[in-house]
Design a protein around this ligand. Structure first.
Ligand SMILES: Cc1cc2nc3c(=O)[nH]c(=O)nc-3n(C[C@H](O)[C@H](O)[C@H](O)COP(=O)(O)OP(=O)(O)OC[C@H]3O[C@@H](n4cnc5c(N)ncnc54)[C@H](O)[C@@H]3O)c2cc1C
Length: 450
């Protein structure tokens, strides 16, 4: 029996219709392999996942794990001869323990749905990628996703206590434990977090929740230059302040938001910093943050309740949708030591001038994680040469400043060459050895990550 016949006979949810294949062949990065995958498996049980991998391992057929396909690095892109293993249908929240502050979930649970369910018990799932309403916990784990709250509460890795993972040959292992502490054995949980579907398929996760803060207060300040705004963010660190959110938007981003949303942020300054403080001491903390941010600001505002806080966050939430309203965008994601954030913003401005392209930049400033968004024409089916060159310049800038080519989106298909430059031969060799010990036939998401 051929592979496809055997797969269809032993696993439910297999499709080979061209429409299905085309719909799940790419991800939100728009990257493409240029061909359609062999088949799609929409898994509805852990056994479907195990059986698919067991067969694929036996027949040496490559498998591309997939959550919601919102990835921005091409990690879920699949092509000729590959099977897409879609686990978004495994989407139950199995338990939330209010005393242990632990949730046990399947990988297809939508991130914001878990956060809301935890909220009913006075808890929250802290990592909050901007895609929380559309991405899955499994995809977040596979990419070690970050978000605005991560400056205080940590990225996805900090929230994962344990994982159920199906290995390339179909074996199911459980890593970690449901306890907050635990150091028995190698930290395999951390190894799978951020491994982009190249080492195993996550089919279950034990996640740490946090108490929902009693207050969240917001301060906003505008500046006459992005340099002044980035310097104000550094001053917060120097003053030992602890914001629970710290975002910076440059002048180009403010102008495009105004154009798309009819707001007037650009009239207040050439850059905007949004900070929040949460917890019982939020009031004292936001006052101290406001004082530091206010020193060189051209405009400031403070929100004391959730509704006006949300209004002040409006600019940040609308940044990407506003840019995409007028064309297509190459969404980049570098991270630099936060003391070098000002240099990163200035470097990106120089790149935009030199390449003659429009770049809108905003940052999770507290993490030094900058998103330069390089715009191009809606009618182009792929980024023009100048845009791609500007993207490469941005990666080179990140490395020059002692940073990384990806803070949260991952390496995927798009940044493999840059990972090689960042990590170097010896580190890549260690990656390859780990990969071959877990996936000796190289079937899991080949050509992605490392
Ligand atoms: C508007 C928008 C905003 C975004 N904002 C953020 C942000 O703030 N922070 C951030 O970090 N990212 C952000 N992203 C990127 C993206 O949402 C994240 O990378 C997210 O974690 C991907 O989840 P997903 O379920 O869509 O995974 P997919 O795109 O389906 O897959 C991503 C990678 O994970 C692997 N994978 C998926 N599920 C599993 C699994 N169960 N087991 C093993 N491997 C798996 C895939 O093979 C692939 O390599 C944004 C994307 C968009 C479109």
């Amino acid at each position: 029996m051929g592979f496809l016949d055997e797969l269809t006979a032993s696993v439910g949810g297999v499709s080979t219709t061209p429409d299905d294949l085309a719909a799940l062949a790419t991800d939100r990065s728009g990257a493409s392999s240029g061909s359609l995958p062999l088949a799609i498996v929409r898994a509805s049980t852990v056994d479907d996942v195990r059986q698919t991998l067991r067969l694929a391992h036996e027949r040496r057929v490559p498998v591309v794990p997939r959550g919601a396909g919102t990835g921005l690095a091409g990690g879920a892109v699949a092509g000729r001869g590959e099977v897409v293993l879609d686990v978004s249908g495994l989407n139950r929240i199995l338990s939330i323990d209010p005393v242990d502050e632990v949730a046990v979930v399947e990988p297809g649970v939508i991130t914001a749905a878990l956060d809301r369910a935890a909220g009913e018990l006075g808890l929250r799932y802290a990592p909050d990628p901007a895609s929380a309403e559309i991405s899955t916990i499994g995809g977040n784990i596979a990419t070690n996703a970050g978000g605005m709250r991560c400056v205080k509460h940590g990225v996805t890795r900090e929230a994962v206590l344990g994982l159920d993972v199906v290995l390339a040959d179909g074996r199911l292992i459980s890593t970690g434990r449901p306890t907050v502490k635990g150091v028995a054995g190698l930290d395999l949980t951390a190894l799978f977090v951020g491994s982009e579907g190249t080492l195993g398929v996550v089919v279950g996760a034990t996640l740490r929740l946090r108490p929902l803060p009693v207050h969240t207060l917001t301060a906003v300040a505008a500046y006459d230059s992005v340099l002044a705004a980035a310097t104000a963010c550094s001053e917060l660190a120097r003053a030992r302040r602890e914001p629970s959110l710290l975002e910076l938007l440059d002048g180009a981003t403010l102008r495009v938001i105004d154009r798309a949303q009819g707001t007037d942020f650009a009239e207040r300054g050439q850059a905007l910093v949004i900070a929040q403080a949460d917890g019982a001491a939020a009031e004292a903390e936001i006052t101290a943050i406001g004082e530091v941010l206010g020193k060189e600001a051209t405009w400031t505002s403070l929100a004391a309740d959730p509704a006006s806080s949300e209004e002040l966050l409006f600019a940040r939430r609308k940044a990407l949708p506003s840019i995409e309203r007028f064309g297509r965008a190459l969404i980049e994601d570098i991270c630099v030591p936060r003391s070098r954030l000002a240099e990163a913003f200035q470097g990106v401005e120089r790149i935009a001038d030199a390449r003659g392209v429009e770049i809108y930049s905003f940052a999770h400033a507290g993490d030094g994680n900058l998103h330069p968004i390089i715009a191009y024409d809606r009618t182009a089916d792929r980024p023009p040469e100048a845009v791609r060159q500007a993207g490469d310049d941005v990666f080179a800038l990140a490395l020059e400043l002692g940073g990384t080519v990806t803070g949260e989106h991952g390496v995927g298909l798009l940044k493999r060459d840059w990972l090689a430059r960042e990590a170097g031969d010896d580190v890549l060799d260690v990656h390859a050895r780990i990969k071959s010990s877990l996936d000796p036939r190289g079937i899991l998401n080949p050509a992605k990550g490392f």
